[in-house]
Design a protein around this ligand. Structure first.
Ligand SMILES: [Zn+2]
Length: 368
């Protein structure tokens, strides 16, 4: 983040209402451990970032309250840079909003959840999950992904590969697949320096590629297929559907009463990622998504099948991510071989870019 220029984010003016009187205080914002509101060099309030919530405001004004402060206290921020600073720090800013048309949607969503709890007994979870998933706001899904994120990263050694040329090549590949498959959800893709040969998606658009899988890949086409498969899961929101299915009634109640921000939810999200694989249907439709994306790029989906087969030969029994045990890798390879077509599009990456991507986890100076 580029905040150095303005001296730790000081001197951003804003309007503050203390919640007791209707006097308007002109304050400056200081972005410290908390958001400090300074009036004439005196700190008049200090709001924890996680307690900040957006309240309805004009188009250009960011209007905030603080859930641990007086209920009527408000902060109005007009300065776009200050708004960006706040948005970067306050993770739960929008949880009471849920995006555009939020109130109606949240009401509808809550009602749907309540009805679901009663209907569950009759129709069972899979159908409910199918119906409910599209109603869950994307902002909520992103929160689930964020919650699981640090746990997942630490499981895989907590090192994100940052080699600049490697990242440029990786972004190029991801972007090629994303554009061709018309994914309009924002994605966050990273390579982790783990030797485990796998790739997986978290709810809300995070896709992780582990270096172990990257090293087994022999071409950009092989890898592009895998990334497209994970995008398929993200686009179909398979993870959210799976969590509803698995968590069932308690998960729905958690959603309704807001326990989902608690630590139980973090454990739940992470566990469901590692203990349960997607359904066979979800895997098949993610494969279909990948095949379609590769065709649209004018590249063959067959290499992806070869890559998966190459890995499971040595690594049978892994059940998460791209290497889910069903459908069988042999069947997947057969399917993708049947979809093999001569290349009609340009190479996704040049040889130089592909090599840079392969080296993404190497520190720059160690590279020859
Ligand atoms: Zn999958």
């Amino acid at each position: 983040m580029d905040t150095a220029a303005d001296g730790a984010g000081l001197h951003r003016p804003a309007c503050y209402f203390d919640g007791l009187t209707n006097r308007r205080h002109m304050v400056e914002l200081r972005f410290g451990v908390k958001l400090d509101l300074i009036e004439d060099s005196v700190e008049v309030a200090s709001w924890p970032y996680d307690d900040l919530r957006v309240v309805d405001g004009g188009k250009r004004t960011l209007r905030l309250k603080c859930v641990s402060s007086l209920p009527l206290a408000r902060l109005e921020v007009l300065d776009p840079a200050a708004q960006a600073e706040i948005r970067a720090r306050a993770r739960l800013l929008d949880i009471e909003q849920g995006g555009r048309g939020h109130i109606g949607r949240i009401v509808a969503w809550s009602l749907a959840a309540i009805v679901s709890i009663f209907v569950v007994v009759i129709y069972g979870m899979p159908l409910i999950a199918e119906r409910l998933t599209p109603l869950i706001p994307l902002s909520f899904e992103r929160r689930l992904g964020d919650m699981a994120d640090s746990q997942v990263r630490s499981i895989f050694g907590n090192r994100v590969c940052t080699n600049a040329e490697g990242n440029a090549a990786f972004s190029k590949l991801v972007e090629a697949v994303r554009q061709t498959s018309h994914m309009d959800m924002p994605l966050e893709t990273k390579v982790l320096a783990s030797t485990v040969p796998n790739a997986f998606a978290l709810p809300g658009g995070k896709i992780y590629l582990l270096n172990g899988l990257l090293q087994k890949a022999q071409s950009a086409d092989e890898l592009a297929g895998v990334i497209a498969h994970e995008m398929g899961h993200v686009g179909h929101r398979d993870h959210t559907r799976m969590m509803i299915q698995r968590g069932g009634v308690s998960f729905l109640i958690g959603l309704l009463f807001g326990d989902v921000t608690g630590s139980t939810a973090v454990i739940f999200v992470t566990r469901s990622l590692f203990e349960v694989s997607y359904s066979r249907e979800a895997e098949q439709s993610a494969d279909a998504f990948a095949i379609q994306a590769m065709h649209a790029l004018g590249r063959s989906p067959a290499p992806m099948g070869e890559l998966l087969f190459r890995i499971t030969g040595a690594q049978a029994g892994r059940t998460i991510g791209i290497l889910a045990t069903h459908p069988l890798t042999e069947d997947r390879r057969e399917l993708m071989r049947r979809e093999d077509r001569p290349a009609s599009g340009p190479e996704i990456l040049s040889d130089v870019e592909w090599q840079a991507l392969k080296d993404i986890c190497r520190p720059a100076k160690a590279r020859q």
